[in-house]
Design a protein around this ligand. Structure first.
Ligand code: UDP
Ligand code: MG
Length: 312
């Protein structure tokens, strides 16, 4: 007998959970026909929900003892939920799924086959369309992936979802990366292993609404960049260097002009422009530096990634 753990991070998802459970039970019937030796467990991560998410999960548990849960003391974010799920999963295989059915359960047999029969360590999914999403959000998402992949050696696939099935080896490798600032999409790619990609068209949420505001996504993208590349630091060195070289030429120009034409006192507006410009660049570079320092500061505190309030 082998166990497959389905990790489901939930934040205020009381409406979506019943739909999710129902769909998954259908898939499990397919599984039991094809691979009767596979058993399932659900691991719901209640990420400090303020609605009846926990109650809904507990109700499911009274019906079905395959259901387990961990409930956080407050909202720690989806990344913390994923970490908790991987840490508490007992399965030989683990799959991470959103509860809103945007990660189609019908792909699961194909994904499972990849790691069970085809010799992959993991099978991941990628959205090839973003239909149903606000265009501006798609635009910025695309920009993020472009910038990120230019700057970082860790490849982050455009449209990659957190929907991924992994074997024990890969799960253990990820749990060992116990960093506090987590950007799971980067971590998956950093740990390596053989991954089979499966593509699908975007599906809209079955119930409830998205938990990610534009601002939250923006901060998350900065998190990703800071976590997986130090290129911005190199970039600020380059700007500094270019500015200094330019300054040498400007100084030479001023000295020569003074020799040739004396020293008329005009030109202070241009001076103000230069001061403001360079001041801006200095602040920008200090900000970049500060970001890295802040992340280092948080890491050195070694705070737990999540705090569990209640679990099975
Ligand atoms: N989620 C979570 N904690 C959070 C935000 C989201 O566990 O702080 C879960 C949420 O319940 C869902 C998944 O992460 O199962 C994806 O969230 P959502 O569907 O809101 O994101 P989107 O699909 O719009 O990117
Ligand atoms: Mg969603």
């Amino acid at each position: 007998m082998k166990l497959l753990t389905v990790v489901v991070p939930c934040y205020n998802e009381e409406e979506a959970i019943p739909f999710f459970y129902e769909e998954m039970e259908k898939i499990m019937v397919l599984f039991s026909e094809k691979w009767p030796e596979i058993t399932f467990e659900y691991l719901f991560i209640d990420d400090g929900s303020i609605d009846n998410t926990l109650y809904t999960v507990k109700k499911l548990r009274t019906k079905d003892e395959k259901v387990r849960y961990v409930s956080f003391s407050r909202n720690f974010g989806k990344e913390a939920g994923i970490y908790a799920g991987l840490e508490k999963a007992k399965g030989d295989f683990v799959v991470i799924m959103d509860v809103d059915l945007q990660d189609p359960p019908k792909l699961l047999p194909e994904m499972f086959q990849a790691i069970y029969e085809e010799g992959y360590d993991s099978s991941a999914t990628r959205r090839v369309t973003r239909k149903g999403e606000p265009p501006i959000r798609s635009f910025f998402a695309r920009c993020f992936y472009k910038i990120m992949n230019r700057m970082s050696e860790t490849e982050i696939v455009d449209g990659a979802r957190d929907y991924r099935i992994m074997n024990r080896k890969m799960v253990d490798a990820i749990i060992h990366m116990s960093e506090y600032n987590r950007f799971t999409k980067g971590i998956y790619s950093w740990v390596g292993f053989k991954t089979k990609w499966i593509e699908f068209e975007n599906v809209e949420r079955v119930a409830g609404e998205t938990k990610w505001s534009f601002w939250k996504l923006f901060l998350y993208s900065i998190e990703g960049i800071i976590s997986f590349t130090t290129a911005p630091l190199t970039f600020s060195i380059m700007i500094g260097l270019l500015m200094s070289i330019a300054a040498v030429f400007v100084i030479l120009f001023i000295i020569i002009r003074k020799w040739l034409f004396g020293d008329p006192t005009n030109g202070w507006p241009s001076m103000v422009c230069i001061i403001v410009f360079i001041g801006g660049i200095q602040l920008f570079c200090m900000g970049i530096l500060g970001e890295y320092l802040a992340k280092t500061y948080l890491e050195t505190k070694k705070r737990p990634i999540y705090i569990s309030r209640e679990e099975t």
